[in-house]
Design a protein around this ligand. Structure first.
Ligand SMILES: NC(=O)c1ccc[n+]([C@@H]2O[C@H](COP(=O)([O-])OP(=O)(O)OC[C@H]3O[C@@H](n4cnc5c(N)ncnc54)[C@H](OP(=O)(O)O)[C@@H]3O)[C@@H](O)[C@H]2O)c1
Length: 375
């Protein structure tokens, strides 16, 4: 049977429709039209990652070569880590330091709508009330949220801790925190301006014991530390703790990757949280322009910020990018598995220069030592 004979045997629904169809088949321009539409759709889909990158980084900073992969082909990274308490902490949080009043509420609203379930805040950020309002007006049930706050240096004395915690709870509009951290291993006297309390700085155990008590009271689900180096962690854990620190929140980014602390923490079962992952306000531009970061972004069809945030999760840490810009908030939540050779390349590039911190208040607080000394 010839092709034209076979073709004539195809069933037709009704006569007019069949005539219409055969007319269309006879017109080659009309036959090509659906193919043309499909081609346009394919081209649009393929260029989406580039459009996203151009939107977030500007046209001239975008890929020189077209991305070799589309992010939808990349595996996702773990969305949660499990803490010793059994609680699951989301691996990406919205950081709200330096998110000023009047903008932090919108940032939290955008983040919750985008799917964030983890907000990293602190009493000293002075925006917990607006964060709490945004949470209240969202439809996200409290039990789906992970709220972190931090005990400020002035409240380390055991008798001051519960009142400081209660203030954060009340401003956030919640009965409990998922995580409460000792913000710095530095205690200030309550009176005066940043006057060092030498005893509580040298020995944070009394502070820790009070935090343990507040866990038992149900006001905090997990307790942890922040800005503690190995020596200071060991100084605390040498005591007979009822609850081990659940996390240590420290600066981790391309400029200060701290591979030794990361290795030690993994060996000792202590989860790290990466703060200032993009290098904070001062270094974010430089971080996103690192050639290795840009190359991996182009190769994977994701943005440089997504490369850095994904790298952080792939290193086995929680990551806390801050943004008050709606498109960036959405962008920062999407993390992807980076192929092993690219991951190693980033790790090597980050370790190939002398470490440089963006956050170190030692001089500003006029401490007689550097808070990070004696690693
Ligand atoms: N425990 C501690 O002592 C401590 C210390 C520092 C930070 N932290 C925590 O870590 C969080 C993050 O650290 P951080 O705020 O220092 O710095 P970061 O997250 O490294 O950087 C924030 C800066 O990057 C910009 N940005 C964010 N996403 C971007 C994107 N996709 N593309 C381009 N630019 C982008 C932000 O701009 P816009 O906001 O204008 O979009 C902002 O200028 C803090 O908010 C806080 O929760 C804790």
């Amino acid at each position: 049977m010839s092709f034209s004979q076979k073709y004539q045997q195809l069933p037709t629904v009704d006569k007019d429709a069949g005539e219409q169809e055969s007319l269309q088949r006879k017109d080659p321009r009309k036959r090509r039209f659906p193919l043309f539409v499909i081609a346009i759709i394919v081209i649009m889909c393929a260029s989406l990652p580039c459009i996203r990158m151009i939107r977030s980084r500007g046209f001239w900073a975008a890929c020189h070569a077209s991305p070799q992969r589309h992010s939808s082909t990349l595996a996702k990274l773990p969305s949660h880590y499990t803490l010793p308490s059994g609680d699951k902490i989301p691996s990406v949080a919205l950081g709200v330091w330096q998110a000023s009043k009047g903008e932090v509420g919108n940032a939290v609203t955008t983040a919750l709508a985008a799917g964030y379930r983890h907000i990293d805040g602190a009493w000293i950020y002075r925006n917990e009330e607006e964060v709490g309002q945004a949470i209240k007006t969202s439809s996200v049930p409290r039990e789906e949220l992970w709220l972190t706050s931090k005990l400020w240096n002035t409240f380390h004395a055991p008798e001051d801790i519960e009142a400081a915690l209660d203030q954060s709870l009340s401003m956030l509009g919640t009965e409990y925190l998922d995580l409460y951290l000792i913000h710095w291993p530095i205690a200030f006297k309550k009176e005066g301006n940043n006057i060092l309390d030498e005893d509580l700085t040298a020995d944070p155990y009394p502070t820790w014991q009070k935090l343990e008590e507040l866990v038992d009271k149900g006001k905090i689900r997990n307790i942890g530390i922040s800005n503690f180096n190995i020596r200071r962690i060991q100084n605390l854990t040498a005591n007979k703790l009822k609850y081990q620190p659940a996390v240590n929140q420290v600066e981790l980014n391309f400029w200060n990757p701290q591979p030794e602390l990361l290795k030690w923490s993994k060996e000792n079962g202590l989860l790290l949280e990466a703060y200032s992952p993009l290098g904070s306000n001062q270094q974010v531009g430089n971080s996103l322009s690192v050639p290795e970061v840009k190359n991996v972004a182009c190769k994977l069809g994701i943005t440089p910020a997504q490369v850095i945030i994904s790298w952080s999760v792939q290193r086995g840490t929680i990551v806390l990018p801050k943004s008050v810009t709606a498109s960036r908030i959405v962008e920062n939540l999407e993390v992807f598995e980076i192929p092993q050779e690219d991951f190693e390349l980033l790790e090597k590039a980050a370790a190939s220069h002398p470490p440089q911190r963006v956050v170190n208040p030692s001089m500003g607080w006029k401490l007689p030592f550097d808070v990070f000394d004696g690693q």
